[in-house]
Design a protein around this ligand. Structure first.
Ligand SMILES: [Zn+2]
Length: 449
């Protein structure tokens, strides 16, 4: 362990309960002038500065964030690191977009040096956006996973990632087989799962690019080790849903294809779920499976409007995280995801308030990933993945935030106007790995004692 001890002072805000199930006001944990004491990468104490400061050891370094807003690090429940080079690609919907842009981009990861270069940039862009945990698709190449986890290990970030499994309906250089995909994934699980803060995710891209044999192999992989995750895509686009119906005529629904292979469980995360039926919501609720709401992607690719408030219906709530889905998504900033999530909710007849938004990007995401015992809150015992927001990051934000009458209004304005510029400092397990205002190199690997 690092053995570091430090304390942060400033306004602190996190969620202590689910604002989709209780009044938002009751779910916020807001301390106007907080002291957060961090020991060995974990929050040891948090409370009002006036109460905790007298007991603070004089040798602890105290960092003043009183002009910022301290929140938990953001969690991105769905993102593709190899697609950074084709973010913002013009003019296609999902299936044509995969053929035209995605598959060629992923083929360039046959070069291990390219994978290392992009992994380094991607991790830095996440941290610059205030995201400290993400569930990440790599490519079919095992070294794309090694490159990602190696860089994540250097930053000591808690990341969840896996090798994409595809054994049909993609260009030959991107195909494995059911057996090879199983063997390569098993080796990566042995190498990376639960090594430091890294967690492995079994990753069939989506039903159309895997045979029944490969989906069954993915189910077998999930039984290889404790605490493994599963990620894939589900009901993103009408053309895709129709294709799955043609490929798997014997299954009751798209989700049923995955359920039949044993892929629907509490650590399963299904990306998009835009075109989901009530029966499938019930299946996810019963299994404890999570859905990744990816608003910038769904709007950019014209996929449709995710029915968030239907998903989280308290009568049979489904766990929902927030995903950027870069490169289908247009920003790695979860503030920008929330900006678009608000509009998607508005177009489906609902209002996503500030507490609900912050919940999706922090504690709600952690719950969807079954990591809410350690991530997503500012509370004793939680891993000290922490972001300091700057409410005066731009001239407009500075002007607008002066007129905010409540913490909820300030957070909502940050959701609407904020992006990576509003991230002042990102702490990973208590170490300041990104500092916007640091002169020279703004990223820094934590130093281990
Ligand atoms: Zn995706």
């Amino acid at each position: 362990m690092t053995g570091t001890r430090l304390a942060l002072r400033g306004p602190a805000l996190s969620l202590k309960a689910d604002p989709f199930a209780a009044p938002s006001r009751d779910c916020l944990d807001h301390i106007e002038d907080a002291l957060i004491v961090i020991e060995d990468g974990v929050i040891a104490a948090i409370g009002p500065y006036a109460e905790l400061a007298p007991g603070l050891s004089p040798d602890i370094s105290l960092i003043d964030h009183r002009t910022g807003l301290i929140v938990p690090g953001f969690i991105d429940a769905h993102v593709h690191y190899p697609q950074l080079q084709m973010i913002g690609a013009f003019g296609e919907q999902l299936l044509e977009w995969l053929d035209t842009y995605t598959f060629p981009a992923e083929m360039s990861f046959a070069d291990a040096a390219h994978a290392e270069r992009v992994a380094g940039l991607f991790l830095r862009e996440l941290l610059r956006a205030g995201t400290t945990t993400a569930m990440v698709y790599c490519t079919v190449h095992p070294h794309s996973v090694d490159a990602f986890f190696a860089e994540s290990e250097r930053f000591n970030t808690r990341m969840i990632a896996g090798k994409v499994l595809m054994d049909r309906n993609a260009p030959a250089p991107l195909l494995d087989t059911a057996q090879r995909g199983f063997d390569e994934s098993a080796a990566l699980i042995a190498r990376w799962h639960r090594r430091g803060r890294q967690l492995y995710c079994v990753t069939p891209r989506f039903a159309p690019t895997s045979t029944d044999a490969q989906l069954d192999a993915a189910g077998a992989l999930l039984r290889e080790a404790n605490g493994l995750f599963l990620q894939t895509h589900l009901c993103e686009n009408p053309g895709e849903v129709e294709w799955v119906r043609e490929l798997f005529p014997e299954r009751a629904s798209y989700l049923d294809v995955y359920a039949h292979a044993g892929l629907v469980g509490p650590r399963s995360m299904f990306g998009h779920a835009v075109h989901l039926h009530e029966g499938d919501f019930c299946t996810c609720h019963q299994a404890g499976a999570g859905l990744a709401h990816c608003p910038t992607s769904n709007l950019f690719l014209g996929s449709g409007l995710f029915r968030l408030f239907e998903a989280v219906d308290p009568r049979r709530p489904v766990k929902v995280g927030l995903g950027t889905d870069v490169g289908g998504g247009t920003s790695l900033s979860q503030l920008q995801s929330l900006n678009e999530a608000y509009k998607v909710a508005a177009l489906t007849g609902h209002k996503l308030d500030a507490a609900q938004g912050l919940y999706l990007a922090t504690l709600g995401g952690a719950r969807a990933l079954c990591l809410d015992d350690r991530l997503g809150r500012l509370a004793p015992g939680y891993e000290a993945d922490i972001v300091v927001l700057d409410p005066k990051a731009t001239p407009l934000l500075a002007f607008r935030s002066d007129y905010c009458r409540s913490i909820e209004e300030l957070v909502f304005v940050l959701m609407t106007l904020g992006d990576d510029r509003a991230i002042r400092t990102t702490y990973v397990a208590g170490a300041p790995v990104y500092d916007r205002d640091r002169t020279g190199e703004r990223f820094r690997y934590p130093t281990h004692a």
